[in-house]
Design a protein around this ligand. Structure first.
Ligand SMILES: [Zn+2]
Length: 491
């Protein structure tokens, strides 16, 4: 028995000013997929391990991944969809398909691109081919995707540290189907609500208890998978919002009952899901008054993992204005990296950093500092962190040290070539920063950073910064979402 494995991952921020071309996707095929995902924590790692565990031959075919960014260009979608089907066909005789799609892929020509990928695979292989799909919970799950696969499994954690586990779960469902022991039945419920990203932490209230229940429910006989999406609010598409998906073994009534119960419980959490966060000045003051460090300020308007520019300067400007010390700010700024590289280690130079990508993330800020470190940007993370990736690459990077006033602690600006979401402390440690020595750490993220930073931080505050991933829905104009969606109008 042979199981084909494929993945296409893109989280499309439809508010980002630039569209995403095919060249932004990293394509991996065959043995390269095995090499990249071995020892990692990705769902593809789980697929590969699952095939072996359940006695099947894994046939890795095609993986395409891009960092979250704007709507994907039509030509890129067309090529990816064709290549997905062609590479699955090229795998020869297969008995089942394990497919990993993000769930928030928006293309210029398909608002719900993941459903279209799934539909084309279904059309190409026919109704009898077992297809089990995984999604990221930051997804806009339409009913169309559920109709084109046999089972859908969504990660249960945010930060996402259970991707490998979900991959194994998908492989387990598929193997049950191939042995003739499992016939998946699914219930799908779309709720007229949106959980704001500031509350999308699955291991703290208000979501914790309900998300724990998802795991508990899977202990019931006949329950194969219980999933809820957190939703992806930077997507102005009709399917944006929370969904519940329950997969049972040939028992539609059981799936329906569990789905209705979960939907009612999530709807009942609305009061606790209201949003109250300080502005930038208030967040910096809070961090400066923290009794101990490192205290984390979350620059949620520039959430790199959500598709923003990674060079927002609102927080940097405020840290300088309030004379804070002992802080670190990371900016993707290839031009400044080059200037530091040309000047060399030990050189002192004045630069205009950040705020260069678009007009949503502040203006360049003039700073003077010393080039403390130059680094190729490659680092290794062995623990289970958001994204499940072991090998990170920030591109050529420069650490700029700002000279402190007498009695104060030095502050640092980490300048990277690539946009890099703060998933790992090694992003700082690899350039010589010991995070636990700092008073204030800043992260351009929403929730994902917590897996790495929570073990060492003294506390955190989310700043209501502007940017491509700002959380205040009143700053956006939504044109395509469903009317009356709670969370867009209830904040
Ligand atoms: Zn996600």
């Amino acid at each position: 028995m042979r199981i084909a494995i494929a993945q296409i991952i893109h989280e499309s921020n439809t508010f980002a000013p630039h569209t995403t071309p095919l060249s932004d996707f990293r394509i991996r095929r065959g043995a390269e997929i095995v090499q990249f995902y071995s020892g990692a924590h990705n769902e593809v790692t789980g697929f590969l391990e699952g095939a072996t565990k359940y006695g099947f031959e894994a046939v890795p075919t095609f993986c395409a991944n891009a960092t979250p960014s704007g709507t994907v260009q039509a030509a890129a979608f067309d090529w990816l969809a064709d290549e997905l089907v062609n590479q699955l066909k090229a795998a020869g005789d297969i008995d089942g398909i394990l497919l990993s799609l993000h769930g928030a892929f928006v293309a210029e020509n398909f608002a719900n691109a993941d459903a279209e990928f799934a539909r084309r695979v279904r059309v190409a292989f026919g109704p009898k081919m077992p297809i089990v799909l995984t999604h990221d919970p930051h997804s806009s799950v339409g009913e169309a995707v559920v109709q084109n696969v046999d089972a859908l499994v969504i990660y249960k954690t945010n930060p996402h540290i259970d991707q490998r586990e979900r991959g194994l779960q998908a492989a387990s469902i598929l193997s049950g189907m191939l042995r003739g022991e499992v016939k998946p039945t699914m219930a799908y419920r779309a709720l007229p609500m949106m959980i704001n990203i500031v509350h999308q932490h699955t291991s703290s209230p208000p979501l914790r208890d309900l998300w724990r229940e998802l795991t508990t429910l899977e202990q019931q006989p006949g329950v194969l998978a219980t999933s809820m999406s957190l939703c992806y609010q930077y997507s102005d598409v009709p399917t944006m919002g929370n969904v519940v998906v329950v997969v049972t073994n040939n028992n539609q009534a059981q799936a329906d009952a569990i789905a209705d119960d979960l939907a009612a419980k999530l709807w009942g959490l609305r009061e606790e899901l209201a949003v109250h966060i300080p502005d930038v000045a208030g967040a910096v003051t809070t961090a400066m008054n923290a009794p101990a460090g490192p205290f984390v300020i979350v620059d949620i308007g520039d959430n790199v993992g959500g598709g923003s520019a990674a060079d927002s300067t609102f927080l940097l400007a405020e840290l300088l204005r309030q004379n804070a010390d002992g802080w670190v700010v990371t900016l993707a700024d290839p031009a400044s990296v080059q200037a530091c590289a040309s000047a060399g280690i030990g050189a002192t130079l004045t630069l205009q950093v950040g705020g260069k990508t678009d007009d949503m993330h502040g203006v360049p800020i003039t700073v003077t500092g010393k080039v403390k470190c130059l680094h190729d940007g490659k680092f290794e993370e062995r623990a289970a962190r958001h994204g499940g990736v072991r090998w990170g690459d920030q591109g050529l990077s420069a650490l700029l040290e700002l000279q402190p006033n007498l009695g104060k602690q030095a502050s640092y600006i980490l300048l990277t070539t690539h946009r890099a979401a703060p998933m790992s402390l090694h992003q700082l440690q690899s350039v010589g920063i010991e995070p636990t020595y700092m008073k204030i750490l800043t992260v351009k993220a929403a929730i994902a950073w917590k897996a790495a930073y929570e073990p060492i931080m003294s506390g955190f505050v989310i700043a209501d910064t502007a940017g491509a991933t700002q959380v205040n829905p009143r700053r956006w104009v939504y044109r395509h979402t469903r009317k009356g969606l709670w969370g867009l109008e209830g904040w």
